[in-house]
Design a protein around this ligand. Structure first.
Ligand SMILES: Cc1cc2nc3c(=O)[nH]c(=O)nc-3n(C[C@H](O)[C@H](O)[C@H](O)COP(=O)(O)OP(=O)(O)OC[C@H]3O[C@@H](n4cnc5c(N)ncnc54)[C@H](O)[C@@H]3O)c2cc1C
Length: 486
């Protein structure tokens, strides 16, 4: 039996790979699926072009996995394509290096006529010096994680959420089990190997293994706008930096990101000046950005592996990944960590990690995930019924079909994540939730949903978003006569 710590993209990928090899596996998360960085990213299925100059290995891995995921998980990928735009303010020498890098990594980059780009996408700056298409795409992270989790269960694996791993036990220098704290108390699981796929928390979990690893944590801020402004990903052609990507994600657009070093794995509170800085950078590519309707701000923490070198800034730390056999360092036998990488490369990271675990367990079955097929996300609105969340068109049956907490209902269906940010649907969903789970406290739930939305809305209170927030407050305090303020 193998225990994987962390049900983000990486941990789910490892558990999936092992389950498909016939290994008994349990993946554990302290919260719900995708609670960490895997639920807080741009949603970009990288073509690799972003890393063509600075990170050739990551570029090539992204290019290969991009093509694979389109085949094995087509229902969770949108083939939008992407463009790289060099503005007249960006270094022309970078374009030469970028083209060479794309060529080396096998990333097809086709030159476009800047005039035609301007006509087709009039909101992009008029100062385009050159532009190229690349095979970027959009990755539905929550859907893909649900699909992987379903396939783990279908192959006799277990996904155990809301359990925090607090200890790893060893016998004679070999991993023998883990202890986790859950809602029903402490759980002890016997296992032959443990995989630390705890993302930004990987440093803390490595301490439980008695073999600390050097992590470099940095957080990125992203802004969510109400409309799908472009049909494809728009990247700025320069060394990866701040505020240089716009990703169309379902009916919204995400602008990202920043890169600020921090010590804690938890996503930090959003700083107003950072929001303003990201808007300023975004305007360089999209001068009309202020006219877009902002919905909310959110952050994710990068679980980068520092290695032996000490980079001056997060941008210098490789986006490549590392699989660590702790026994080869100072830890027990049967303990492994997988850190760094990208969402796009989660399958490859899982394959390399599982190869190492399978070698340790003397399991000879090979990795089969590169040829596997993950089903489509559940079809929406099979039968006519009333809609609980108009913005995201979510019905009661969509919610009932999702196992887990109200946050898992939210991330699986996107209820309350559209333009109204839960103004109307939060109460309707709470009522449904109360009917299905009468033991849960509806007052506590509505407070939680409100606080979760307010966290992202308050840092971007301007324009229509400010009016929406005022309406939300009016609904709460005047119509529903709720007694307290957030
Ligand atoms: C701002 C930003 C934007 C990004 N955009 C993109 C993008 O567009 N495309 C792309 O390919 N990549 C992107 N990335 C990178 C990508 O999101 C991450 O590399 C990836 O999601 C990491 O996944 P993970 O599973 O390793 O970590 P996580 O998703 O953080 O998962 C770790 C899990 O471990 C759990 N855990 C931790 N400690 C314990 C414990 N003791 N017990 C039980 N559970 C525990 C946590 O709850 C968490 O769910 C972005 C990253 C950032 C920060």
């Amino acid at each position: 039996m193998v225990v994987v710590i962390g049900a983000g993209a990486t941990g789910l990928g490892v558990a999936w790979d092992l389950a498909l090899r016939g290994v008994e596996v349990t993946v554990i998360d302290q919260s719900g699926i995708g609670f960490g960085t895997s639920g807080r990213f741009h949603g970009l299925l990288h073509s690799g072009a972003r890393y063509a100059v600075t990170d050739p290995t990551a570029a090539q891995d992204c290019r290969e996995e991009n093509a694979r995921l389109r085949t094995i998980a087509s229902g969770a990928i949108e083939d939008t394509g992407g463009i790289f735009v060099r503005t007249q303010d960006d270094d022309p020498a970078f374009e030469t290096a970028w083209l060479e890098g794309c060529n080396r990594a096998g990333i097809p980059a086709t030159r476009l006529d800047p005039q035609k780009v301007r006509m087709r996408y009039p909101e992009v700056t008029g100062r385009i010096a050159s532009a190229y298409t690349v095979p970027d795409g959009v990755l539905e992270g929550f859907h893909l994680m649900q699909l992987v989790a379903q396939d783990i269960t279908a192959h006799q694996g277990t996904v155990l959420t809301h359990h925090h791993v607090s200890a790893v036990t060893t016998v004679d220098g070999r991993v023998a089990g883990v202890t986790a704290e859950g809602p029903g108390g402490q759980v002890h699981l016997h296992c032959d190997a443990v995989v630390n796929a705890a993302g930004p928390w990987a440093g803390r979990v490595a301490e439980l293994l008695g073999d600390p690893i050097p992590m470099h944590l940095s957080y990125g801020l992203m802004l969510l706008f109400a409309q799908r402004k472009f049909p494809l990903v728009i990247n700025r052609m320069k060394a990866p930096g701040d505020g240089d990507i716009f990703v169309p994600h379902q009916r919204v657009t995400i602008l990202g990101t920043t890169d600020i070093a921090q010590d804690s794995p938890e996503a930090p509170a959003i700083v107003q000046s950072e929001v303003e800085r990201l808007m300023t950078l975004g305007r360089e590519l999209i001068p009309s950005l202020d006219s877009w309707r902002v919905l909310r701000a959110f952050t994710g923490v990068r679980p980068l592996y520092e290695g032996e070198t000490h980079a001056a800034s997060s941008r210098e730390v490789s986006r490549d990944f590392k699989v660590i056999d702790h026994h080869a360092r100072h830890g027990p036998a049967g303990a492994f960590s997988v850190v760094g990488g990208k969402w796009t490369t989660f399958r490859l990271m899982a394959e390399r990690t599982s190869d190492m675990v399978a070698g340790y367990l003397k399991v000879s079955s090979p990795c089969v995930t590169a040829e596997a097929r993950l089903g489509s996300p559940p079809a929406k609105m099979a039968a006519p019924e009333s809609v609980l969340c108009e913005c995201e068109r979510v019905c009661a049956s969509d919610l009932r079909a999702v196992k887990g907490s109200v946050d898992e209902w939210r991330t699986a269906t996107w209820f309350s994540m559209g333009p109204c940010q839960g103004t109307f649907c939060a109460h309707r969903v709470t009522a449904l939730r109360h009917a299905v789970f009468p033991e849960e406290d509806p007052d506590e739930m509505i407070r939680h949903l409100r606080a979760e939305r307010a966290k992202g809305m308050i840092p971007v209170l301007w324009g229509a978003n400010a009016r929406e927030y005022a309406l939300q407050q009016a609904v709460r305090f005047q119509t529903l006569e709720e007694g307290e303020s957030l």
